[in-house]
Design a protein around this ligand. Structure first.
Ligand SMILES: Nc1ncnc2c1ncn2[C@@H]1O[C@H](COP(=O)(O)OP(=O)(O)OP(=O)(O)O)[C@@H](O)[C@H]1O
Length: 293
């Protein structure tokens, strides 16, 4: 049985349909990243999985259970981040973590939770005195308490400096190695690339593109770029041309290897050096830009 099963989910605020008929499943041990521009419906989907929101129609199942109707059963196995404003600002970091641990049913060492997110030296500081990035790390520390089977993470690294982000990725990767299933939302495509095996890109509450990272990237053409040569390109390559900015020429092709070989042969025959030549396959960023453009 899938850990998460979402079937024809619709969620509305008044008459505004924020999630408009989405389906996906997440199997045990997978990391599933929900991507999309602001307002695409990521948080609404996550809040429905957390049981904070009721679907307008369709269904959401975690471990085969309804996260609203069978909240206790689901919560025992699921780590979630505390909602915005859920902290009592005057409590210290350790008091907050202790309280959270007592409210839940999973056993675990709060000190080690704080250490994993590099917050041990902030343990006696009031939560209201934490920086934005430290607060976000505390939210992640609470979510991972007791090594849940499933983690639901809403933008786990937003506002973190690059080192803290990488550290958080390492913590998440360790949990995945230990068998945790993860669904996360993020605006950082490199985060999805670093962590996820499945992605779905939402647009206006619908899934526009979904699949493994490889499948999503492979749907987009490859790109070859180089500094503009002074000699005109042969027609079959000139037809691939999509853009030329600041002296760089970009060719898009679904057939990277033969077209790159053709380009190099042409450059050779004209004794040309193609400055700053680089070639790459389609990427998650290309897929994302295609969806949100
Ligand atoms: N409490 C609310 N009341 C009314 N409309 C809401 C509410 N929360 C979200 N919406 C609307 O629902 C849609 C989806 O919002 P949601 O927060 O799920 O998007 P998101 O993809 O998480 O966006 P972001 O990347 O900005 O966090 C948006 O149009 C948003 O304005």
């Amino acid at each position: 049985m899938a850990v998460i099963e979402v079937t024809d989910l619709r969620c509305a605020y008044g008459d505004h349909l924020a999630v408009d008929g989405i389906d996906f499943t997440v199997e045990r041990g997978e990391v599933f990243a929900l991507l999309g521009a602001n307002g695409a419906g990521k948080t609404t989907t996550l809040e429905t999985l957390e049981g904070h929101q009721a679907p307008q129609s369709g269904s959401v199942r975690l471990f085969g259970h309804d996260p609203r109707g069978e909240r206790r059963t689901v919560r025992r196995r699921t780590g979630v981040m505390l909602q915005d404003g859920g902290f009592a600002g005057e409590l210290t970091v350790r008091e907050t973590a202790d309280l959270w641990a007592r409210l839940g049913t999973r056993k675990g060492d709060v000190t080690s939770d704080l250490e994993r997110l590099d917050l041990q030296h902030r343990a006696d500081v009031a939560v209201e005195q934490l920086s934005g990035g430290e607060k976000r790390r505390l939210e992640v520390a609470l979510a991972i308490h007791g090594d849940p089977e499933l983690l639901l993470l809403d933008e786990p690294t937003t506002g973190l400096d690059p080192e803290s982000r990488r550290r958080t990725w390492r913590v998440i990767a360790e949990l995945v190695d230990a068998g945790t299933t993860i669904l996360l939302t993020t605006h950082y495509l490199e985060e999805a690339e670093a962590l996820a095996n499945q992605v779905a890109i939402l647009r206006d509450g619908k899934i526009a593109v979904a699949g493994t990272l490889g499948q999503v990237s492979a749907q987009l053409p490859a790109r070859i770029a180089f500094r503009t040569p002074t000699v005109p390109l042969p027609p079959e390559l000139a037809a691939l041309r999509v853009d030329s900015r600041v002296g760089e020429l970009i060719l898009e092709t679904p057939h990277l290897q033969p077209d790159l070989a053709r380009l190099l042969a042409w450059a050779d025959s004209h004794a040309l050096t193609l400055d700053r030549l680089h070639a790459r396959g389609g990427s998650l960023e290309d897929a994302f830009m295609e969806v949100v453009a």
